[in-house]
Design a protein around this ligand. Structure first.
Ligand SMILES: Cc1cc2nc3c(=O)[nH]c(=O)nc-3n(C[C@H](O)[C@H](O)[C@H](O)COP(=O)(O)OP(=O)(O)OC[C@H]3O[C@@H](n4cnc5c(N)ncnc54)[C@H](O)[C@@H]3O)c2cc1C
Length: 363
C-alpha cells in the first residue's frame, strides 16, 4: 500500500480510496491496529510472540500500518501502564479504532531539550484544571481532537516534581491554534495558546505532580516509534534498488558508493536485530539497548537518504518534476530525515542520556 493511502486516526477520518478504507476496517475489526492490547480495550489480545509474527508477516507482504496514530504508539502504552480502569475504558477502544487524532503538547518556547522547564500552568478547582500558557512545535495540532499535555501544577518544588500529565479536549473555546509556516510553505507544526482552557481532573494520568514519570515513559515509547519508522520504508526507494536502477554499468566511483550502501544495509540489519532484542527485553522491565535505538536509527536513516541522493547524482534532489516518482520521494525524505535527529529529543541529548544512564559518565 503506498504512503499516500495511509490515514490519520481522527474523529473526522478521511480515506483516500476504497482500498485504504477496506484495509483499515479489516485491521480494526481484528484489533490488529493494537495487536497486543487486551481485547476488552479494542486490541487483538495477542501474546508478544504472536504479535511479533503478525508484524513480520505484514511487513513481508509490504503492508503498511492501517493508521497513523500517536494514541497507538505513545499515549495508549502509558494509559495501559498508568491509567485508571475508567480512563482505559474511555480512551483505549477509541484509540484502537482510530477515532481520535491526538497531538503532543510537551515542548514550549522555553522548554525543548530541557523539557522539565515547562511553564504552562494548571490550577485545580471543582474537579477541573484551568490551564494557561502555550505549547510549540505541536505536530498537526490544527487537525487534532485531543492533546496529551504536560502542565505545571506546583511552582514551589524541583522542576520535575511539579508537573502533571493531563488530557485536553481541543474542541472547546479559548484555544488558539496557529500553524507555523516553514520555508517549504508547509505547516506541519503549530503553536497552541491556552487562555483559561479546561481539563477534567478525571483526565489526569497518575497523581498530581507525578506527571514527569508518565512523560519519561511516553518519551521512551516515542523513541521506539521513531527508531522503528524507517524500517517500514517503501521497497522502491531502498538504497540498493535505487543504486541498481541508476547505475546500469559499474565504474570505480560507483563501486565505492556500493560499498557504502552495503555497509549501511548491514548496520540497518543490526539495528533491526537490536530493536527486536530490546522489545523482548522490555517485556520484563528496563532494556538499556532501548536507550541507544533512537540515536542510532535516526542517524542511520539520514545516511540512507544521503546514499539515495548520491545514487541519483545530479537529479537526486529533484523536487519539481512530478513525473519523477522515485526522485520526488527521495528528495522529500532526504530533507525530512533531517528532522528525525531533533524530534523526540535531539541526538546530542540522546548522547547525554546514553553517557549518563548506560555508561555512567555524567553524575
Ligand atoms: C519534526 C518535529 C516534530 C515535533 N513534534 C513535536 C510535537 O508534536 N510536540 C512537541 O511537544 N514537540 C515537538 N517537537 C519539538 C521537539 O521535541 C524539540 O524540537 C526538541 O525536543 C528540541 O528542543 P528545541 O527545539 O527547543 O531545541 P533546544 O532544546 O533549544 O536545542 C537547540 C540545540 O541545542 C542542543 N542542546 C540543547 N541542550 C543540550 C545539552 N544539554 N547538551 C548538548 N546539546 C544540547 C540540541 O541538541 C539542539 O541542537 C517536534 C520537533 C520536530 C523537529
Amino acid at each position: 500500500m503506498p504512503v499516500s493511502e495511509q490515514v490519520w486516526a481522527s474523529s473526522n477520518i478521511h480515506f483516500p480510496s476504497k482500498d485504504s478504507k477496506d484495509w483499515f476496517d479489516a485491521m480494526v475489526s481484528k484489533g490488529w491496529c493494537t495487536p497486543e492490547w487486551p481485547k476488552e480495550f479494542g486490541g487483538g489480545g495477542l501474546t508478544f510472540d504472536e504479535s511479533k509474527i503478525l508484524k513480520q508477516r505484514l511487513k513481508f507482504f509490504g503492508c503498511r500500518p492501517a493508521q497513523i496514530n500517536f494514541g497507538i504508539s505513545m499515549l495508549g502504552p502509558v494509559l495501559l501502564e498508568f491509567g485508571t480502569d475508567e480512563q482505559k475504558q474511555e480512551f483505549l477502544p477509541k484509540i484502537s479504532r482510530g477515532e481520535i487524532w491526538w497531538c503532543q503538547g510537551f515542548s514550549e518556547p522555553g522548554a525543548g531539550s530541557d523539557l522539565a522547564n515547562i511553564s504552562t500552568t494548571a490550577y485545580l478547582s471543582n474537579g477541573k484544571y484551568a490551564i494557561e500558557g502555550s505549547k510549540i512545535w505541536t505536530s498537526e495540532a490544527n487537525k487534532a481532537d485531543w492533546m496529551y499535555c504536560l502542565v505545571r501544577t506546583d511552582k514551589t518544588v524541583k522542576k520535575q516534581a511539579g508537573i502533571s500529565f493531563v488530557l485536553i479536549d481541543l474542541k472547546q473555546p479559548n484555544i488558539d491554534i496557529k500553524p507555523i509556516q516553514l520555508l517549504s510553505g508547509q505547516s506541519p507544526f503549530c503553536q497552541v495558546y491556552f487562555d483559561n482552557v479546561y481539563a477534567n481532573e478525571s483526565h489526569r494520568i497518575a497523581a498530581e505532580n507525578d506527571g514527569w514519570k508518565v512523560a519519561k515513559r511516553l518519551l521512551q515509547f516515542e523513541r521506539i516509534m521513531m527508531a522503528d519508522m524507517e524500517s517500514e520504508g517503501a521497497v522502491d526507494v531502498e538504497p540498493l534498488k535505487v543504486f541498481r536502477d541508476s547505475h546500469p554499468s559499474a565504474s570505480l566511483g560507483s563501486k565505492k558508493l556500493l560499498k557504502k550502501i552495503i555497509a549501511h544495509e548491514m548496520r540497518n540489519h543490526l539495528i533491526e536485530m537490536t530493536m527486536s532484542r530490546s522489545t523482548a527485553e522490555s517485556q520484563n522491565g528496563f532494556s538499556p539497548a532501548g536507550l541507544i535505538l533512537k540515536y542510532i536509527s535516526t542517524e542511520e536513516t539520514q545516511t540512507r537518504w544521503e546514499l539515495n541522493v548520491s545514487s541519483l547524482g545530479m537529479g537526486g534532489l529533484e523536487i519539481v518534476d512530478h513525473s519523477a516518482g522515485v526522485k520526488k520521494e527521495v528528495s522529500k525524505s532526504f530533507f525530512y530525515s533531517k528532522a528525525y535527529t531533533i524530534a523526540g529529543g535531539s541526538s546530542e541529548v540522546q548522547l547525554n542520556i546514553i553517557s549518563k544512564n548506560i555508561l555512567g559518565l555524567i553524575s
